[in-house]
Design a protein around this ligand. Structure first.
Ligand code: PMP
Length: 509
């Protein structure tokens, strides 16, 4: 390393891991806990329980990966599950280090730091595959579907009743939507070839954004190239290290990712528990500049939804913002598909930011944020996910605009979706399956309580002609592993009955 005069400066000495004193290990562990838990870890001691600090499972995994890279060890999962305090974590690290071969200074960079295949993150993924293989099951991911994913799908030349996609209203593949998408591509090409702020804006962008504003009754809106990107860049850009993002513990990865990008303090509250959110705000509001509460309009693992009215009251009382991710609730919830505000009769301007995706009920690809004019203007001119990236593709603009018009003109599909969802839930529940808290939504889990059992059940359902995904650890805790059904407006009664009969065959009580 050279200083500004071009002289060589001494590199800091690297301590071989095995010479670490126990005290250094404990200090390192506590530092990592403090980096993740921030103010919650004020006064934390070696014997403080992580549960008492209030770390959620994602934060806990964050601590583990920091510790693994700090000490260059890989903590076995069985051990991770048992650990409660920093001291226990330090004991585990110390035991692993003692078993590691002695490293000399010339070997100071361990292979796992430059050979990807030896890195803990890659080995952890491989361990998941080994579990699937050991159980004699096939990898259920990246399965190739041929054609359009709707109430039915085709895999390897066979037609299946489909519950594994989000084409809730059959908009992807609808002839009107397809024609609008093709027309947009013909008029504007397959790419707009620049970011919106430069030369990438086309009339179809404004058409789509006006359609969204008009449909939802919101003053302004801006689109993004994916739903995941929308949460990542909007939360990441609007909030910063002086701010607090308080979110439901079950929010989507894109929201957690946005929190990380922002550098804001992140805290989660128990699922749908507006009283817990209020308690946090009462305790913490005055320690931050901006505070935002983030919830979803419909939770994709459980098919349940928050009490929007209560959340609005809570954030108003504490001068916070409310950010509602309506990825799954636009087009599916509310009598005319306008989502949670319609269901609860909450005025649009009671919520600061409405986020949605174009990829589910709207049959396209992309995301949007709808809000008052000042917030959208700020995002349009400053958000990296608008300014430094390509405008939404013509194909998606055309498709989503057509889908919104179809929903607006005729809510038969939504009625059909609601009827199908209620029927399927009733039949599955009636047959004795644990459908958790799913209520009034097209997402119905069948909770089996074991990852491998869910994997096996998914394969067996496949053999019965039903495509349904298993949801396993770490997406949900092992005891909540499940099959997750996305109901579609085009499912027939026969298909829904056949599916419940297949469940009874595959999972006899
Ligand atoms: N938010 C939620 C709640 C989601 O479930 C998803 C996708 N499953 C996203 C955002 C990301 O949306 P997209 O797939 O359109 O990128």
């Amino acid at each position: 390393m050279a200083d500004q005069h071009g002289q060589k400066t001494a590199l800091p000495a690297i301590t071989p891991a095995t010479t670490l004193e126990y005290r250094e290990i404990i200090d390192g562990v506590i530092q990592d806990v403090q980096s993740v838990a921030k103010r919650r870890a004020d006064g934390v001691r070696a014997d403080t329980s992580m549960i008492d600090i209030g770390l959620d499972s994602l934060e806990w995994m964050d601590v583990i990966s920091r510790i693994e890279s700090r000490f260059r060890v890989r903590l076995p999962e069985t051990l991770i599950d048992e650990i409660e305090t920093s001291r226990e974590l330090a004991d585990a690290v110390s035991g692993l280090l003692a078993r590691k071969p002695n490293e000399t200074a010339s070997q100071a960079v361990p292979e796992e730091d430059y050979i990807f295949e030896k890195s803990p993150e890659y080995l952890r993924l491989q361990a998941e595959f080994s579990k699937i293989e050991a159980a004699g099951e096939e990898n259920p991911f990246f399965c190739e579907h041929a054609g359009i994913s709707n109430h039915q799908t085709r895999i390897d030349g066979r037609t299946y009743i489909n519950f594994s996609g989000n084409n809730y209203l059959g908009m992807s593949g609808d002839p009107v939507v397809t024609a609008a998408s093709v027309a947009a591509v013909e008029a504007f090409g397959t790419s707009v070839s620049a970011s919106r702020i430069v030369s990438g804006t086309r009339p179809i962008h404004r058409e789509l954004e006006s359609a969204i504003c008009d449909f939802l009754g919101v003053p302004e809106c801006i689109t993004f190239t994916a739903g995941h990107t929308t949460n990542a860049v909007v939360l990441g850009h609007l909030f910063g290290p002086d701010d607090l993002i308080l979110h439901d513990e079950l929010v989507h990865n894109s929201i957690v990712f946005g929190c990380k990008v922002s550098g804001a303090e992140r805290r989660s509250f128990p699922h749908n528990d507006w009283e817990a959110a209020s308690d946090y705000l009462r305790e913490m509001r005055d320690q931050y500049r901006k505070v935002v509460v983030v919830i979803e309009g419909l939770y994709s693992m459980d098919g349940d939804y928050p009490d929007l009215t209560r959340f609005v009251e809570v954030k108003d009382r504490h001068h916070a913002w409310l950010y509602v991710d309506e990825a799954h609730s636009i087009g599916t919830m509310g009598a005319t598909g306008r989502g949670l505000a319609e269901m609860f009769g909450v005025p649009r301007d009671a919520v600061e930011i409405w986020m949605g995706t174009l990829s589910k009920a709207l049959g396209a690809c992309g995301g949007f944020v709808a809000a008052r004019e000042s917030i959208i203007r700020y995002l349009k001119y400053t958000c990296p996910g608008v300014v430094f990236t390509i405008g939404l593709s013509p194909a998606s603009c055309g498709a989503a605009t057509a889908a919104i018009r179809l929903i607006k003109d005729d809510n038969r599909r939504i009625r059909q979706l609601h009827e199908n969802a209620a029927y399927f839930l009733e039949q599955a529940r009636g047959a004795g399956f644990n459908t958790g808290d799913s209520a009034g939504s097209p997402i119905v889990p069948v909770i089996l309580g074991d990852s491998l059992r869910s994997l096996r059940a998914s394969r067996q359902m496949h053999e019965e002609g039903v495509s349904v995904q298993p949801i396993m650890y770490p997406a949900v805790p092992n005891e909540l592993a499940r099959l997750r059904f996305f109901v579609n407006s085009r499912h027939t009664r026969e298909q829904l009955d056949q599916t419940v009969a297949a469940l009874q065959k595959v999972l006899p009580n």
